[in-house]
Design a protein around this ligand. Sequence first.
Ligand SMILES: Nc1nc2c(ncn2[C@@H]2O[C@H](COP(=O)(O)OP(=O)(O)OP(=O)(O)O)[C@@H](O)[C@H]2O)c(=O)[nH]1
Ligand SMILES: [Mg+2]
Length: 324
Amino acid sequence: MPERTRPVGIGGKAGTVALVGRPNAGKSSLLNRLLGEKLAIVSDKPQTTRHRIVGILTEARGQIVFHDTPGLHRPLHKLNQQMVQAARDAMNDCDVVCLLVDLAEPFGAGDKFVLDLLSRVEAPKVLALNKADLMKKPAILPRIANYAQADFAEIVPVSARDGEGCTALLEIFFRLLPAGGPLYDRELLTIHPDRFLAAETIREKVLGLTSEELPFSTAVKIDRWEEVGDLVRIYASILVERSGQKKIVIGKQGQMIKTIGSAARFDLEAQLGRRVYLDLHVREQPGWREQPQLLAEMARELHSLEVRELPGDAGDEPKERGDD
Ligand SMILES: Nc1nc2c(ncn2[C@@H]2O[C@H](COP(=O)(O)OP(=O)(O)OP(=O)(O)O)[C@@H](O)[C@H]2O)c(=O)[nH]1
Ligand SMILES: [Mg+2]
């Protein structure tokens, strides 16, 4: 689909970069900025990202496979344990690890915990000091002192919001990545299926339009997906834990669910490049954050069977390169 494709590039470097950090640091915003596309959902509430989100950047210098991760926090539910595990796995299996910190937040025990985790990571590490747009330049320097003991290959102030420092950050990633051919098809922006991305888009609207405990206790499940000509019919459930939360999501005379629905439909039509009929249903599912079966079902939505990694040396084939 045109919205998900990238210009074809000839690779020199290729590998994976994990974007890790505390909740709300701006990891997903940075992913979108570096890709130049809105792939991951973003909100001002912590714990927005719940899975490892893969975004692929292919250009003349090579291919970077970014792994956006859930924020590292103290997990109180099974869902949160899985989120933190996903971030820790990415830290340990990517070629480069980029720690994002929010310059607007004071250094605290959570940051210390993340640094301890990182100290056991062997891959080259980069520190990205995000939200530099909110700080005056002289205020940034003292913040670096907190990280002096850690072995970062590079430290860069960036702003995922206005793009500051992002060109430098990309240069650093390409320099640190191993030489090699692309890991994935060069035209791919992500490996996640439309169904998963659509559920995320709906969840983003719920997060953006509701407050307090709701964002944490909400999930979105696609129940049915039908494609008829250029129309996609999407039937989705918004799961909540309690009847009070259901009332909030539905709103007075259904106003809230209507607003969520039209905001989501607007984005989905752009995302899918097709007309969308969206049917939203709010469902009470007490304790869903502790239910292994439901969590496993949601995790399965993350991957499509059709996308496969290229064999190790595929990018080195002269035929592949000659295609460009
Ligand atoms: N001013 C400013 N705000 C930013 C910047 N980057 C992200 N934000 C805001 O910070 C909030 C969190 O952004 P996300 O990208 O969702 O953060 P995250 O690290 O992915 O959060 P989790 O998925 O919850 O771990 C949002 O309100 C963003 O708009 C930035 O560079 N400057
Ligand atoms: Mg995120």
